[in-house]
Design a protein around this ligand. Structure first.
Ligand SMILES: *Cc1c(COP(=O)(O)O)cnc(C)c1O
Length: 380
C-alpha cells in the first residue's frame, strides 16, 4: 500500500438522498435478504426513470449480462460479437455460456462499435451482438438494430456505463432485445453491488427470472420444485433500499456529470486544438452521460500515459485510470485479431475524476494541472 494522499479520486458514490433512511428501514424490519418491499420499489423506480418496462433486479451487472445471454438462448459453440474495448464482463458473459466472444474494433472518435465494424467481425456462427455504450456515449443503436434484424441476430445492450444516456430522447437499454445495467460503487447510481436486466420478450423474460432464483418454479404448488439448473443472482433488499434512494436522485447525478464534462471540455479544448489530446464527442441527437470523463493522448510516446498518471498522482494527488486493456490482449481471449483503433485507445486513453460533488473549482484545478503536465510530457 502506498499512503499518498489522493485529493481527487476517479470516482466515488454520493449517497445524499434517502438511502440511509431506506436502508435503516430494511435493517430495522429485518428484511435484509432478497425478499422485501424495496426490491419491487427499486425495480419500478428504475423502470419508470428509464422508461423501459419490467426491470429485473439482480446481484450485479455481470449477472445481468449472463442472464441476458442465457435468455437469448446462447449455447456452446455459438459466436457473439463484442467490442474489443470494454470491461471484461461483456466478454465473460458470453464465455459463461460456453460460447465464443468475437471481438470487433471500435470507432476512433466515439470509441463504440458501429454496424460497419460489427459486419467486419461477423462469422458464420454469429447469433448475437453486445454493443457497449462505453464511458456513457450510446453506440449507434438504430443502425445496429437494423443490421441485427437483417442478419437475424439478437442484440443485448451493455448499459453498465450509460444509465440515462439517450439517442433522440430514447434511453439506452430500450433499443435491443435485452439490456444489462450495473449499480457497482463507481457507476452513475449505485447499490454497492447490483444490476438490472430488461428483456422485451415475455417468455425470455420469464426464463431469466427463473434462472435468477435457482430455477425454482414460483407457480408450482410443490415447494423446492426446480425445473431447470438456475443460479442465485438475487439482489438484497438492503441493496435495493440504497438503490431506491439513488434513483430518486438520478436526475441530479446525471446533471452533475454533464456539468463536470462541460467544464472539462471547455478547459481542455486548448490541448485538443494543439493536437495533444482527443476529447469525447457527442454526435447530433446523442446524449452522453459521461460516466467517466475521458481523453486520449495523441502526441506522446507509448510510455507517456503511465508517466503522466504517476506525476498527476504523486505530485498532485489526482487519480486517473487507463482505458481498459482490449479483450484480445487478455490471456483467455488472445487470438488473431487486427483491431488498430482499440489498440491505440487502449494504449493512450485515460479516465479523469468524474463524480457528483466534484466542484467547478476542482475541475478547473485538475484541468490546469493536466494541461501543464501533458504539455511538458509532449515536448520531451
Ligand atoms: C461495470 C461494468 C460491467 C459489470 O458490472 P458489475 O456490476 O461490476 O458486474 C459490465 N460491463 C461494463 C461495460 C461495465 O463497465
Amino acid at each position: 500500500m502506498n499512503n499518498k494522499i489522493i485529493r481527487f479520486q476517479v470516482s466515488k458514490p454520493l449517497l445524499s438522498g434517502r438511502e440511509k433512511e431506506y436502508a435503516t428501514d430494511a435493517i430495522e424490519t429485518g428484511w435484509i435478504s432478497s425478499s422485501g418491499k424495496y426490491i419491487e420499489l427499486f425495480e419500478s423506480a428504475i423502470s419508470k426513470f428509464l422508461q423501459i418496462e419490467h426491470g429485473i433486479a439482480v446481484s450485479n451487472g455481470t449477472t445481468a449480462l449472463h442472464l441476458s445471454c442465457l435468455a437469448m438462448g446462447l449455447k456452446p459453440g455459438m459466436d457473439v460479437i463484442v467490442p474489443a474495448l470494454t470491461y471484461v464482463a461483456s466478454a465473460n458473459a458470453v464465455k459463461y455460456c460456453g460460447a465464443n466472444p468475437i471481438f470487433a474494433d471500435v470507432d476512433p472518435y466515439t470509441w463504440t462499435v458501429t454496424p460497419q465494424l460489427l459486419e467486419k467481425a461477423w462469422t458464420p456462427n454469429t447469433v448475437g451482438v453486445i454493443p457497449v455504450h462505453l464511458f456513457g456515449l450510446p453506440a449507434p443503436m438504430i443502425e445496429i438494430n437494423e443490421l441485427c434484424e437483417s442478419r437475424r441476430a439478437w442484440c443485448v445492450e451493455d448499459c453498465a456505463e450509460s444509465f440515462g444516456a439517450k439517442i433522440n430522447d430514447r434511453t439506452t437499454g430500450s433499443f435491443a432485445d435485452a439490456s444489462a445495467f450495473s449499480f457497482f460503487g463507481n457507476k452513475i447510481i449505485s447499490t454497492g453491488e447490483g444490476g438490472m436486466v430488461f428483456i422485451k420478450d415475455h417468455e425470455k423474460r420469464a426464463l431469466a427470472k427463473l434462472l435468477k432464483g435457482q430455477g425454482m418454479d414460483l407457480d408450482s404448488d410443490r415447494r423446492y420444485w426446480h425445473s431447470i439448473v438456475g443460479y442465485n443472482y438475487r439482489m438484497t433488499n438492503v441493496a435495493a433500499a440504497i438503490g431506491l434512494g439513488q434513483v430518486e436522485m438520478a436526475a441530479f447525478h446525471l446533471s452533475e456529470r454533464r456539468r463536470i464534462a462541460k467544464r472539462y471540455l471547455q478547459n481542455l479544448s486548448g490541448l485538443q486544438e494543439k493536437g495533444l489530446i482527443q476529447l469525447p464527442i457527442e454526435p447530433p441527437g446523442y446524449q452522453n452521460v459521461y460516466w467517466l470523463f475521458s481523453l486520449v493522448l495523441k502526441s506522446t510516446n507509448k510510455k507517456s500515459r503511465q508517466k503522466i498518471s504517476q506525476v498527476l498522482l504523486n505530485n498532485f494527488g489526482i487519480e486517473t485510470r487507463p482505458f481498459f486493456v482490449p479483450m484480445h490482449h487478455l490471456p483467455m481471449y488472445k487470438g488473431e485479431f487486427n483491431l488498430p483503433n482499440a489498440d491505440f485507445l487502449g494504449d493512450n486513453g485515460m479516465n479523469l475524476p468524474t463524480y457528483s460533488g466534484l466542484t467547478d473549482h476542482d475541475v478547473d484545478e485538475i484541468s490546469d494541472i493536466l494541461e501543464r503536465v501533458i504539455t511538458k510530457e509532449s515536448r520531451l
